[in-house]
Ligand binder design. Structure first.
Ligand code: ADP
Length: 397
């Protein structure tokens, strides 16, 4: 079986999956794992394969040591890269800037271009580059492919991409809307036309990727025309721990009140959003708190839903006609309450959810609107690793 290795390298972690690029989105990968606490006195490697789980605690001074150890652990169980038919390695790269509209086979030159984009994603791209470097060293004879989170939004129309700030500063600094979660928005939006029986060239759709990070996109005949994340993944709808859109004046206010840049960054990215209001970011915990009549949880939920509805409404107008609204990612696929509340009372707009279909468990792509609903409401499970694997294998040939 031809497999792909997919790597998602963070500053102190490395996630991987070995998977069949032809598998269903909901299928378990052949193997998956996580290297954590890289560079700290004690690290941990967790690998899952065929219902088993192997855990090792050891110091992991750098990503190279971590990945090497993962390969040794896999080898010990007879499923190391040398035992498998791995045809491509796909790397998730957060920022492709204006340089990359498509995934790219990694060469030294491509890697230099990814390096040039570090100023746009100072936390993410360096970690992605380290992952690419160590994997290329360990698996030099397999093609490596970079898949960019921003790629699908590369062609946003200028009216959606530009911020109304001083054009020369924006130009010098590369300030514009890049959008993120593009691999997921593209993958999900490509599945919707077949699901609702429409020609992809004539399908107007809204995709709501609601995970811990969350974003919405408007997709017109296969092309993204707007998306809620911006120059960074902090913008847009309220998220698990990120604020989403706020008055930018709040940042100046906090800085002038004595907070450091890093403290404000941490506040808005990690201590805000649903968690900032309620204390929790997991929607299962939030629901349990709402059921116990916790008023902060209720407030956080209402702020979340209000923002979500505003974005859906604005994209309905941007698209003119909407054929499908699709939910995906952890919250979007599993939380029937969020879907129902996001689209409640919109019959006037041809949006009618079927409560029974909405309540069904997350088994795969499905329509959850009533037959009369002009706008089809869908749930399509996303799988970014699978999408990256598909790209990697396709480009490697
Ligand atoms: P990310 O990739 O951004 O970390 P995911 O798409 O994995 O996020 O989504 C994770 C979130 O999905 C969790 O924080 C939780 O809020 C939500 N989630 C997962 N399962 C369920 C469920 N059964 N019901 C409600 N929410 C869920």
């Amino acid at each position: 079986m031809a497999l792909a290795l997919v790597l998602n390298s963070g500053s102190s972690s490395l996630k991987f999956q070995i998977l069949d690029p032809e598998a269903e989105a909901t299928a378990e990968p052949f193997a998956a794992g996580l290297v954590e606490q890289v560079g700290e006195p004690m690290g941990r490697i967790t690998i899952k394969h065929a219902g088993e789980k192997w855990v090792e605690e050891l110091p992991i001074p750098d990503h190279g040591v971590g990945l090497n150890r993962v390969f040794v652990m896999l080898d010990e169980h007879g499923i190391g890269p040398s035992n498998l038919d791995i045809t491509a390695v796909g790397h998730r790269v957060v920022h492709g800037g204006l340089l990359f509209s498509q995934p790219a086979v990694i060469t030294d030159e491509i890697l230099e271009m990814v390096r040039d984009l570090i100023p746009l994603a100072p936390l993410h791209n360096p970690a992605n580059i380290v992952g690419i470097e160590v994997a290329r060293e360990l698996l030099p004879s397999i093609p490596h492919v970079a898949v960019f989170d921003t790629g699908f939004f590369h062609s946003l129309p200028p009216a959606a991409a530009l911020y109304a700030i001083n054009a020369s500063v924006a130009g010098q600094q590369g300030i514009r809307r890049y959008g993120f979660h593009g691999t997921s928005h593209e993958y999900v939006s490509q599945q919707v036309p077949a699901l609702i029986g429409r020609d992809p060239e004539h399908t107007h759709q809204i995709v709501c990727h609601l995970g811990n990070g969350a974003s919405i996109s408007a997709v017109h005949n296969g092309h993204a025309i707007d998306t809620s994340m911006g120059m960074t993944p902090l913008a847009g709808i309220v998220m698990g721990t990120r604020s989403g859109d706020i008055d930018p004046g709040i940042v100046f206010h906090l800085l002038r009140s004595g907070m450091s840049v890093d403290e404000v960054d941490d506040l808005l990215n990690k201590k805000s959003g649903v968690k900032g209001i309620s204390g929790v970011n997991d929607f299962r915990e939030l629901r349990a708190m709402i059921q116990q009549e916790n008023s902060d949880a209720w407030l956080a939920y209402n702020v979340y839903i209000h923002n979500l509805r505003k974005y859906i409404g604005s994209y309905m107008i941007a698209l003119g006609r909407v054929d499908a609204i699709t939910f995906t990612a952890g919250v979007g696929e599993n939380d029937a309450n969020v879907r129902a509340d996001a689209l409640a009372d919109l019959e006037e707009y041809g949006i009618i959810l079927d409560p029974e279909r909405n309540a069904l468990p997350n088994t795969g792509p499905r329509i959850i609107s009533t037959p009369e609903s002009k706008v089809k409401i869908c749930v399509v499970p996303t799988n970014e690793e699978l999408a990256i694997a598909k790209y990697a294998v396709a480009l490697a040939h």
